[in-house]
Design a protein around this ligand. Structure first.
Ligand code: UDP
Ligand code: MG
Length: 319
């Protein structure tokens, strides 16, 4: 991306941006000041424009024109948070990489503490949310429920109450970048890597401006991706439910035969309807669970690229 001769910076800061015009100037100011205080000139800021529909791209160009440490990666359309982030992570070159949201919900001021933890030997220092202000009770409740459910379903311990806000070492990032999956639940993929991962607690601020890019549908899709990527327990539950239904059915067959032998077989529309509906419902549910996995196998099997870069912009070269 940058001329091959240019040495890799010590630190890369990677932020996906989707309709973030309101927060970007302040975000850029804070991130630059923090990075400069920490590593001097030895950093780059990779800002990924994820098909924004507001003035984000123009603003990014303006910022990058005046600062050659800023790299603007413009994607071909809106690819979603996790893929936009994947693009930034694959294109950045730093020895350490800070993943941060562009809406200032993740405080850049945590960088020094994260750097110290990494100096002490950590490969991943992840921000753990002590509190989340400015988010609806529904978002907080559903997030709490989801992370706890995930914890129970997976064998890889995925820390609760974490987002993607974290500092990663180059060796951990290289492993992450080598993972081919389309269903990118990045915080889970990072946990899967292992090495030394340590939490750093922080209070999550409200958005500085603009709106969350996660609709309810997107949040649900994200949750399903996370669960199916890391667990086959739902498939096992499906088998178990199927087995339990079969056992009950066997008992019912015994009962109907006995009733037939005893000649008591006339009434029974209610029970018949109930049985048909129950078994039909269970079958559809089990099929649905199967479908979630089969659909993901289908998507993975196509091996399409994770994102498409339209252009990359920096002050001293454009490609
Ligand atoms: N984002 C993105 N593409 C999207 C949605 C969000 O690049 O389709 C970016 C967004 O600009 C922000 C980060 O991902 O920097 C987190 O998104 P958001 O703040 O909307 O999520 P929330 O904090 O509400 O979970
Ligand atoms: Mg946010």
């Amino acid at each position: 991306m940058i001329a091959p001769a240019a040495p890799a910076p010590r630190l890369s800061i990677v932020a996906p941006c989707y309709n973030e015009a309101a927060a970007l100037p302040e975000f850029y100011r804070q991130v630059t000041a923090t990075a400069r205080a920490e590593v001097g000139d030895d950093y780059e800021v990779v800002l990924v424009n994820d098909g924004s529909r507001d003035g984000t791209l123009a603003l990014l160009h303006r910022i990058a024109s005046a600062d050659r440490r800023v790299v603007v990666v413009n994607l071909s359309r809106n690819w979603g948070h996790q893929r936009a982030l994947s693009a930034g992570l694959q294109l950045c070159r730093g020895g350490r990489v800070l993943i941060i949201d562009a809406d200032l919900q993740d405080p850049p001021g945590l960088l020094p503490a994260m750097m110290r933890a990494m100096d002490a030997g950590a490969d991943v220092v992840f921000g753990k949310r002590r509190s989340r202000s400015g988010e609806s009770a529904f978002k907080r409740g559903s997030a709490a429920l989801f992370y706890r459910l995930l914890q129970r379903l997976t064998e890889v311990p995925i820390p609760t109450d974490t987002g993607d806000f974290r500092l990663m070492s180059r060796r951990a990032l290289d492993v992450l970048n080598a993972m081919p999956e389309q269903a990118r639940f990045i915080r889970g993929l990072v946990s899967w890597i292992g090495l030394r991962q340590v939490p750093l607690e922080y209070d999550r601020a409200p958005r500085l401006g603009g709106r969350s890019g996660y609709s309810l549908g997107r949040m649900l899709g994200f949750a399903f991706d996370a669960i199916t990527s890391f667990s086959v327990v739902p498939l096992r539950i499906a088998s178990f439910v199927g087995l339990a239904t079969s056992l009950v059915s066997l008992l019912m067959i015994g009962y109907t035969l006995a009733a037939w032998v005893l000649g008591r077989t006339i009434v029974g529309w209610t029970s018949l309807a109930a049985i048909v509906l129950t078994i039909g419902g269970v079958q559809l549910m089990v099929l649905g669970i199967l479908g979630e996995y089969v659909g993901r196998i289908y998507i993975e099997s196509k091996r399409r690229p994770l994102y498409v870069v339209s252009d990359i912009f920096r002050a001293d070269a454009t490609e």
